[in-house]
Design a protein around this ligand. Structure first.
Ligand code: MD6
Ligand code: FE
Length: 216
């Protein structure tokens, strides 16, 4: 892959593995509106640092939309119908976010994607996420749709074992990655966020991850 083939802001589609696609700039037309909604939302629903089952504090701050929210604690990883910090249900996925996720899934060949959770991860400078598989969902036939906003970051996309070689994917504001089918359980992670200032989100990256967590 050469830089001149993929100039800035160009919408293009890159296959990362069987069933995994990097949709460059796919969300760019909606990205600033999505960010504006998120900035307002996070004022009322502050993201929280969760604990890993091993007892470490995660670096990213997290909250969710949807019927389910992704949670981590000493009890393990999984989905919960209530936010344990507020004891309230998660607010519904905004319609425009749901539409964006569904269109991205369609673009990657996954028809009829109906996410019931949208995880909001807020990365500050230095925040990262180690290599892991997403396997807390009830049904692996549904893909994962991940929308990147704000500062650029290096996303690692590997194989079905932790030691498989990883691709380093330079994600920018408005990029979407969709993975499912043969790549649904591929290891992935995020390298530490490098210092910078984004025009809309400042010194942050926000990642939205849409999934179908509950039963069909
Ligand atoms: C990201 N997040 O924040 C990617 N996976 O860019 C994840 O891959 C992820 O935050 C499973 C559970 C929580 C996560
Ligand atoms: Fe993940």
């Amino acid at each position: 892959m050469t830089a001149d083939l993929f100039s800035d802001q160009m919408e293009s589609q890159v296959m990362l593995a069987d069933g995994a696609y990097w949709l460059r700039s796919f969300a760019l037309p909606q990205a600033d509106a999505v960010c504006a909604m998120l900035i307002e939302h996070l004022k009322n629903y502050p993201p929280q640092q969760m604990m890993t089952p091993m007892g470490y504090s995660m670096s990213v701050r997290t909250t969710s939309f949807g019927e389910f929210g992704w949670v981590s604690s000493k009890q393990g990883y999984g989905y919960a119908v209530k936010n344990s910090f507020t004891n309230e249900s998660w607010p519904p996925i905004p319609e425009s976010f749901f539409d964006l996720a569904q269109r991205a899934a369609n673009q990657a060949g996954y028809v009829n994607f109906k996410p019931d959770t949208c995880l909001i991860n807020v990365y500050e400078i230095g925040d990262k996420m180690g290599l892991h598989q997403d396997k807390d969902e009830a049904d692996f036939s549904q893909p994962i749709v991940s929308v990147s906003l704000g500062l650029p970051v290096t996303f690692q996309f590997g194989g079905l074992t932790r030691t498989a070689k990883t691709l380093k994917v330079p994600l920018s504001h408005g990029d979407v990655v969709v993975w499912g089918a043969d790549s649904r359980l591929c290891f992935h992670g995020v390298l530490p966020l490098k210092a910078g200032t984004h025009g809309t989100l400042g010194q942050r990256r926000i990642n939205l991850t849409f999934r179908k967590a509950g039963k069909m």
